[in-house]
Design a protein around this ligand. Structure first.
Ligand SMILES: *[C@@H]1O[C@H](CO)[C@@H](O)[C@H](O)[C@H]1NC(C)=O
Ligand SMILES: *[C@@H]1O[C@H](CO)[C@@H](O)[C@H](O)[C@H]1NC(C)=O
Ligand SMILES: *[C@@H]1O[C@H](CO)[C@@H](O)[C@H](O)[C@H]1NC(C)=O
Ligand SMILES: *[C@@H]1O[C@H](CO)[C@@H](O)[C@H](O)[C@H]1NC(C)=O
Ligand SMILES: *[C@@H]1O[C@H](CO)[C@@H](O)[C@H](O)[C@H]1NC(C)=O
Ligand SMILES: *[C@@H]1O[C@H](CO)[C@@H](O)[C@H](O)[C@H]1NC(C)=O
Ligand SMILES: *[C@@H]1O[C@H](CO)[C@@H](O)[C@H](O)[C@H]1NC(C)=O
Ligand SMILES: *[C@@H]1O[C@H](CO)[C@@H](O)[C@H](O)[C@H]1NC(C)=O
Length: 447
């Protein structure tokens, strides 16, 4: 599998023969998926007829990195260390024969650093967004949390977005543990959030799905003693090696079948469900302050604002919590029931789930809230709001009375207020232990 970073021109064509089965593992790698735009749901990204975007605010995860500490220490390094020591003759190991010459692309000093592919993709997203809003002012400020990978992503993005780099300031926001809701990493100041939440549940499914893979690999290389974590490490290497070298032999469908990629994805979806998703009651509490601050910016009628476009860079934890605060990708939606954990069984996959981490948090994932001025047939003239995730417009439950699944101003204002009644109260619900916490994200309005 090769990663294509070039813009693909696709001509509309309609092929009436039955298509052959095809499968791209890169779109099933959860938090290690290279950026892609899955068109979920496949609504037209263009604003509806008669609508112009007048303001937009983006929350963006940093772009592709070499590997995060946890994945490296827990899964990848134990596998690659074992590989260095082994006496197995890989040349006789069928689809694993590449291991006789393969060398790891990751070493300690590069951990957590942005890759060149990551830098390029952040730049490209900046270009895409500038093309999306030709009528909007170039932003005076962009925001980022202070980690090197978020700062570098933001700088690269800025290069693609603005004409003159000297006219946009990059505001670095502390990742401290006592910032309350006033940061782009609020989970760090939330005692009710634990970064290991979901490990227990996801390891149950890991054991189930890796068992047949371990036996197959054991048959190919009996001397290696593959473990469940080795399998996870090898699947993670498909993603990391691809964003470092442009391709990876671990992505070959002879090594892991499509079904085995889906199982890897599901293991991760369970983890994120309990970590930053609907399975963690504090998720929407962590995500709400960004939604509230964004609504404040967009609902404002001030026309002399320095900013039409707001963009903020963060880590993988924040975007999914914002989606939960908004009620998007909710497995229980339309079910009339709210028994969310039963929608993610630990012993078998729910293939029809809405919660898919590959689509929610690939590298560079981005959530936008847009304000639009509309004069559209069949709707009152005025301001409407919509949420766009990786270029796909989303229909907000209870807030989609406008053109193109957007939400009228009055409904939007009321919806944000209602979500605040449910999920506001960051300091209290997070059981913060420091005295100077705050429930409000004010980085956009404090100078
Ligand atoms: C590699 O081999 C050395 C020497 O035999 C041993 O000390 C070390 O624990 C081995 N490492 C792994 C990961 O098996
Ligand atoms: C930014 O640089 C351009 C070109 O060098 C210059 O014309 C412009 O005045 C500079 N802007 C600021 C705010 O310094
Ligand atoms: C609370 O105090 C700590 C320590 O002085 C400081 O780092 C932090 O920014 C403060 N938090 C808020 C929300 O002002
Ligand atoms: C194989 O791995 C398991 C689990 O890590 C370990 O308990 C066992 O001793 C290993 N066997 C050999 C032959 O290395
Ligand atoms: C889902 O499971 C988590 C972890 O056990 C628990 O904290 C949460 O309350 C459960 N959610 C619901 C709606 O039962
Ligand atoms: C998810 O959907 C269920 C069923 O409609 C609803 O009861 C629940 O409040 C939703 N969860 C969130 C966080 O919006
Ligand atoms: C949208 O922009 C176009 C082109 O500038 C303009 O003709 C139209 O009146 C605008 N519509 C609204 C509702 O502002
Ligand atoms: C939402 O933000 C406003 C400031 O823009 C603040 O006054 C309000 O308390 C916030 N709502 C909640 C529930 O935190």
């Amino acid at each position: 599998m090769r990663l294509s970073t070039t813009l693909a021109l696709s001509l509309a064509s309609y092929d009436l023969t039955f298509a052959a089965y095809s499968f791209n593992p890169l779109e099933h790698l959860a938090g290690i998926a290279p950026y892609f735009e899955p068109s979920d749901p496949p609504l037209d990204p263009k604003p509806a007829q008669g609508c112009n975007v007048t303001k937009a605010s983006y929350l963006i995860r940093h772009a592709a990195i070499y590997a995060n500490d946890f994945d490296f220490e827990e899964y990848i390094e134990p596998f690659t260390d074992k590989l260095k020591n082994t006496t197995v003759d890989w040349s006789k190991a069928g689809p694993l024969r590449f291991l006789s010459t393969w060398k790891t692309p990751i070493s300690d000093p590069e951990l957590e650093k942005l890759t060149k592919v990551g830098e390029l993709e952040a730049f490209q997203l900046g270009v895409d967004i500038s093309l999306r809003y030709p009528g909007l002012k170039s932003p005076k400020k962009l925001w980022t949390s202070t980690a090197e990978r978020t700062v570098k992503s933001a700088r690269s993005f800025m290069g693609g977005l603005v004409e003159r780099l000297n006219e946009t300031e990059l505001v670095e926001v502390s990742e401290g543990k006592e910032e309350g809701a006033d940061s782009l990493t609020p989970y760090k100041g939330c005692a009710q959030y634990s970064s290991s939440a979901g490990s227990k549940q996801s390891s149950q499914y890991e054991e189930i799905y890796t068992k047949p893979i371990i036996e197959r690999f054991h048959n190919l290389a009996p001397g290696f003693n593959f473990t469940a974590d080795d399998i996870v490490g090898m699947q993670e290497l498909c993603g990391y090696e691809t964003v470092i070298r442009g391709s990876s032999p671990f992505c070959d469908l002879e090594v892991f079948s499509p079904n085995e990629w889906l199982a890897f994805e599901y293991k991760n979806d369970i983890q994120y469900h309990y970590n930053t998703g609907y399975g963690n009651p504090v998720s929407p509490v962590i995500g709400f302050p960004w939604l509230n601050a964004t609504a404040g910016l967009l609902l404002s009628d001030k026309t002399d604002d320095a900013q039409d476009i707001y963009a903020s860079f963060t880590h993988r934890e924040l975007p999914p919590t914002v989606l939960v605060a908004m009620g998007l990708f909710n497995n229980s939606a339309f079910s009339g029931a709210d028994n969310i954990n039963t929608t993610m069984p630990l012993n078998t996959q729910n293939y029809m789930r809405a919660w898919r981490s590959s689509q929610i948090i690939p590298f560079l994932t981005n959530i936008a809230v847009e304000k639009m001025a509309c004069e559209s047939y069949g709707f009152d003239s005025g301001d409407y709001f919509r949420v766009v995730v990786n270029q796909s417009p989303q229909s907000i439950p209870g807030c989609s009375d406008g053109p193109g699944e957007s939400c009228s101003k009055a409904k939007f204002e009321n919806w944000v207020k209602t979500r605040g009644e449910l999920f506001g109260g960051f300091s209290e619900k997070c059981s913060v232990e420091y005295k100077n916490s705050t429930d409000v994200l004010s980085i956009y309005t404090s100078s």
